[in-house]
Every structure is written in C-alpha cells, then in structure tokens.
Design a protein around this ligand. Sequence first.
Ligand code: M6R
Length: 607
Amino acid sequence: MCGIVGYIGSRDCTEVLLNGLTKLEYRGYDSAGIAVFQNGKISVAKSKGRLKNLEEKMEQENSRPFGHVGIGHTRWATHGEPSDVNSHPHSGGRVTIVHNGIIENYKELKDYLISQGVTFDSDTDTEIVAKLLDYRYNGSPIQTISATVRDLEGSYALGIIFADHPDQVYAVRCESPLIVGVGENESFIASDVPAIIEYTRDYYLLEHEEIAVLSGDGVQIFDSFGTPIQKELKTADWDVEAIGKGGYAHFMLKEIHEQPTAIRNTISPRIQDGLPNLEECGITPEVLRRFRHIQVVACGTAMHAGTVGKYVIEKLAKIPVTVDIASEFRYRDPLVGEGDLVIIISQSGETADSLAAMRLAKSLGAKTLAIVNAMGSSIAREADMLIYTHAGPEIAVASTKAYMVQIAVMYLFSFELAFALGQIDEAECRRLIRLLQQTPDAIQSILEHKEKTQYIAASLINADSLLYIGRGLDYALSMEGSLKLKEISYIHSESYAAGELKHGTISLITDNMPVIAVATQKALMEKTISNIKEVKARGAKVIMICRSSDDIDAEAVDLMFGLPDFEDILMPMIAVVPLQLIAYYTSVLKGNDVDKPRNLAKSVTVE
Ligand code: M6R
C-alpha cells in the first residue's frame, strides 16, 4: 500500500524523504514522488517505478530539490495506472498533497469541481482532494482541512503543504494509518515506524480526523473541529537492527530465521508456572466459558493461521469454529452475536477488510479478540481483547514469522480454552505447553539443515503449476505452503484436501505438475500415502514433507524433506518451515524480487 513520509527540520529534506520511503518499500508500490520547499517555492519530482527511478530522473534532469520542509510518497495504484502523472504528490495550485487510502465519493466530488470550472490532469482520486482543498482554501490551513475532510468518504491519510506556509507540514487521517514523529528540532509524518526510527523513537499516533501541524516550534495536534488537543507521546521499542537485513540476502530469509526467537518472545510472557495465562490480554477461564461458538476472520496468511487454529480448538476444546475470509464475512450478513467470540488475526492490524469485519462483529454483539503484531494498530486498539504477537517488524511482503507466531498464539489459546472447559486436565495442559516451548529448538534444527529445500526448489522452477495436498492439519498447512509459493515465485499453485482430488482435480495431473504432499498426521498417514500413489501413477513428480523417521516406500515419492519427530498436533509449526524455504529458494532461483513481489502490498489498507 502507499507510503507517506513528511519532514520539517534542518536536514536535507529530500534525503530524509527518500530514506524514509525506502524503509516503507516493503508496503509495495509502483511509483514515487516528493515535494520540497526550495527557496520558498514547492518543487515536485515524481516518477513511475522504483525509488531508484525517481533518483535517476532527478539526477538526469538536475532537478533534485534542496530544502528542509517537504512530503514524499510511494504509490500503489488504485485509481489510474502507474504513471508519472498519476504519481503523488498532487497539486491543487496552492495546496500539494500525498495520500494513502481510497476516496469512495471521488466521482461526485469531481463532477462538482468540474461544474465549478476546475480541471484535472490525472486519473487519481487524490488529485480531487488536492483540488478540493485548494478550492476551499481560505488562508487558514486548519479550517480548510477540517471543512474539506468532512466531505470525503472512504479512507485517507494525507500529508499536506500549503504554498503560502513554507514552514509547516500538515497531516490528517481517517482509517489509513499515520504517525507523527517528534525529534529534537525536527518532526516527521509517516505511514509506519520504520520510516522514522533512524531519527526518532517518539511519536504520536494520529486518530480519526485529527489534524497535525508540524512547524519549527514542534508538533501541535487538533481535533476535527480545529480545537488543540493533548496526546500521549508513544515510544517505539523496535530495534533499529531489526529493520535491517542483518547479513541475510533478503528480509524473507532473515524473518524465516527469526522464527524460533519470535515464538519464544510471544509465548514466554503468557506462560506462568507451566500453564497458559492470558489474563493480561483480558482472557480468563471465566471469560472463556461464555462462548458457544468461535468465528475466525482474517485475510491471506493470517486466515491460514486461523484455519490451523480451527483444527486445534475443535480437537482439544470441542467448540465449533468457523473460519472466514474477512472480505466475505463482512458482506454476507454473518450469523454472529452474543455468545460468539470473533477472533481477528492480522499482522499489520490495518487490513481494511479485517478491520471492517471486526467492527461488524462488534456491532452484532459478539466479543472480539484480536491477534495482532503491529502495536497500536487500528485492529489492536478497537478489539475487546487483544493478544500481541511479538514477531518484531515483518518487512518482507510474504509473511513467515508473523504466521508462525499467529499459530503459536492459537495453540496457547486452545490449550487455555480446553483446560478452562475441562476438556483436558492440568497434567495434559502442562504437557502441551512443554511441547510448545520445545518448538523453537525443532525449528532451529531444520534451519541448520535446510540445503535440501534448495534442491527441491531447483526441481520446481520450470513447472507451470503445482498442487499442495494434505489431510486435516496438513491440509490447513498446504494452503499456506501454496500461497507462499505462488506469491513470490509466480508459479501457479493450489492446495487441495488430498481426499478430494478424485472428485475432479486429479484430471489436471501430468508430469509437469509437481505435487507437494504434506503428511505429518499419523492417523491420516496411510490415507495420504494412497492419494500420493494415485497422483504418482498419473505421472506427477511427488515431493513429500514428512518425519525423517517415517518409513516411506522410496518408490512412492521422488523427493522427500524429513522433519524432526514431534507431537502431531504441533507439527504445523515445524512443517511450515520447509514450505517457506521452498517458496523462498524457488523465487530466488527464478530471479524474482523476493521481498517485494509484483502487484502485492504488505499492508492492504484499502478494500
Ligand atoms: O496484515 P495482515 O496479516 O492482516 O495481512 C493479511 C494478508 O494480506 C497477508 O497475510 C498476505 O496474505 C501475505 N502477503 C501473505 O504472505
């Protein structure tokens, strides 16, 4: 999604903006631009493509602005194709803005402005906001912003500069995230902490329709009516190192290797005397006993983590769990209400569909529990109960360590729920917790012997399409393996419940459609092996992910990745690691941009 950075201070503004935008690259974008006050005038530079295209363009045209106040943007196209003209900043004349989000009533506003004689250069909804601000501008930036945003429907975070206020940067938000960084004699606006952490750790989190004014005197914040307000200054506890690659070729590889630590950081504070304790998150045995049904809502990888949770909760706690994609849930008149617990899982805590689904669930009377990685994000703030995952910043678009800690939390939650409901006794609960605590070591052992995954990846790069199969928890895991591969390798793949193949999909099997079979559930092993034989008999090359100790007929498979022996129910945490690595190496071997796959954004803050 789009990234915003703004700066006022004594540094070279262009450098701060470009540096900050580089730190937001992980969000995904297809064009970039900056606007900087130079000798009292706004100088704009923008370009389609990566930030390096913008830098090259400024160098070639000798147009790199120099000044100390400005705004910058990376755009992920929604209205209008990626192009120089559609790139931000957009100007309305006296007002220049950058925007993250979608203005839903843009057509109506555009028609009105056209009727007033206003003309447009781009296809963006953002230019309409710039022109509307300019049309309304009465010399008072705060009054103008406050009046204009009342007419906007949709989501937005805006960075704004006014030509006649060269010593100020303005910002306002609704739904789309925006923070205001406070340094010594300098201030910043940004879509996310990594953009500013090099300069300051102190920041304000802008709330709905709040307006920030950054000037030489520091930062002032106003409510939507223009009344000054006091806000709590937050401190980002992120490690600057954590947002660098730390010697790894890609963020994704680094994040895969961070998984053992991320699990420990996430589960340790929630285990006391060998038992799960989620009290600090608002979850007690009494609270847990109130629910008769659990609904999990999330998108993409987070939804896959919820699917693992479904199998585990139903098996241990014997409560029905349904899992829904947030964009479906929010529009299907869902049957949730009092007595239901709705769990929203999100790494970013800003995914538009997940946020809307959570609000809907609350309005229907359900209790909501958010499992979120990004501190202070919208979903985290609005949920009734909250469990933070402590994965640290996840930069690669393909989610790995966030998935790992999401499922770790689902296990903790399931153990506590099953114990609270009397479905498992204390001894069993303690045993499961001990096993969960051992998962980081098992994962580490895979990371230390990962070469085989490169070999498997090399065997996949020429395939047009792949199938991931499994049963039960292995099926839940196959979904994640398949998504990981397709999003970064660009090879089509599907996950399928192994027993369902015969009902249609097996007709696709050829010798150019490798099948990755995940088989970690002992009770289902024989059944999965029968399915493997069926696809093998039809020419498929089969790659099997199972325990090293499993006695597999060498004839039945072409390649195998052996996992350490572990309890069945916890195997998804172990078995996902080779699936992540296979996807990673396939992408590397194909020469793709692993951390920033085409067309994708890290945080999907628009519908
Ligand atoms: O920030 P969220 O966890 O809410 O994001 C949800 C999905 O957009 C995300 O998991 C996406 O599927 C990942 N890119 C997959 O690797």
